[in-house]
Write a protein that binds this ligand. Structure first.
Ligand code: NAD
Length: 297
């Protein structure tokens, strides 16, 4: 059983704190909302009057707050965690904040003798309630080892993402990809509707292809990720097929801005002599555009 301060009892934080209580941990909780605190006290937590009060005498502080400014205020502001936290304690920052802000907080806490790790979460508040969050741990092996028994009360999947700061970086990239894909999916769904295709049938088809399953797990593993650019499906044909969709979309007055931008990338790849390469070579094209060249894991 660990002595934990939990700060930020919102849609995510409240059920996460509740799951720690359920597993027998001892919690001091703080939130700007007295109702949020009262609800956790009813479940067995101790109320704290400030972040400093919550952090007094605990081994671990968990923060689950809206943004980096709020996390900084809670950790380093007046009546903040840093005023009372025992040197050697561990701060586990689980909010989604700017990675550079997370790095700056890690540095500021280290100067005070406090260990800081990032462990943002994936999935939704329903998973927070069920204790089945995806937890992206960014810390040293020692920090992750210390935090793991607590993290496993809140999530059923704990991934060590590569060291301090990597959890929040992974979270940002994951969200970038899924949020952008949401917009592309909406574009494609409206194209289906304009073409008279039942959406349910489209879900069945796309659920089995790289369109719905994503390229990380379908078209890339056996091709570009193995350095094999021989065409399973070549860039020239992908460019042609994108053109077909953009043309029919144009005729039906369906705006397809993401598809149009993607076609330009395929055009660039063709202009660079990649037309007969596998379409997964778009990764190499993007690396070249960023002036980056990858030399293996
Ligand atoms: P929320 O707005 O429901 O909760 C935030 C809580 O922080 C509130 O209870 C608020 O009163 C409290 N708070 C704000 N400032 C405070 C301060 N200075 N001191 C103490 N308490 C303070 O937000 P949420 O949905 O719980 O999200 C928390 C974090 O988790 C965010 O960074 C969010 O991006 C991330 N996240 C959310 C989800 C989701 O599905 N909601 C999923 C993954 C990650």
């Amino acid at each position: 059983m660990a002595k934990v301060a939990f700060i930020g009892l919102g849609q995510m934080g409240a059920p996460m704190a509740r799951n720690l209580l359920r597993h027998g941990h001892w919690l001091q909780v703080y939130d700007l909302s007295p109702q949020a605190v009262a609800s956790l006290v009813a479940d067995g937590a101790e109320a704290a009057a400030s972040p400093a009060d919550a952090a007094r005498g605990v081994e671990v502080v968990i923060t689950m707050l809206p943004d980096g400014q709020r996390v900084r205020q809670v950790l380093l502001g007046a009546q903040g965690v840093a005023e009372t936290l025992t040197p050697g304690a561990l701060v586990v920052e689980m909010s989604t904040i700017h990675p550079l802000e997370s790095d700056a907080l890690a540095q500021a806490m280290a100067e005070r003798g406090v260990s800081f790790m990032d462990a943002p979460v994936g999935r939704t508040s329903e998973h927070a309630v069920a204790g089945t969050l995806l937890i992206l741990a960014g810390g040293t092996p020692e920090q992750v080892r210390r935090a793991a028994p607590l993290l496993r009360c809140m999530g059923d999947t704990l991934v060590e993402t590569g060291g301090p700061g990597c959890g929040i970086r992974m979270k940002i990239v994951n969200n970038y990809m899924s949020i952008a894909l949401n917009a592309l999916s909406a574009e494609a769904a409206v194209l289906c509707e304009a073409l008279g295709l039942p959406l349910a049938n489209a879900l069945e088809v796309m659920g089995q292809t790289s369109a719905g399953r994503g390229h990380f797990t379908t078209s890339w593993p056996d091709k570009v990720l193995k350095g094999d650019l021989s065409p399973a499906f070549m860039i020239d044909l992908a460019h042609k097929d994108l053109g077909l969709a953009l043309d029919i979309g144009g005729q039906l007055r369906v705006p397809l801005p993401l598809g149009a931008a993607a076609r330009e990338l395929y055009s660039q790849a063709r202009a660079q002599g990649r037309g007969r390469q596998d379409w997964s070579a778009l990764l190499e094209q993007a690396r070249a555009a960023a002036g980056r060249h990858y030399h293996g894991a």
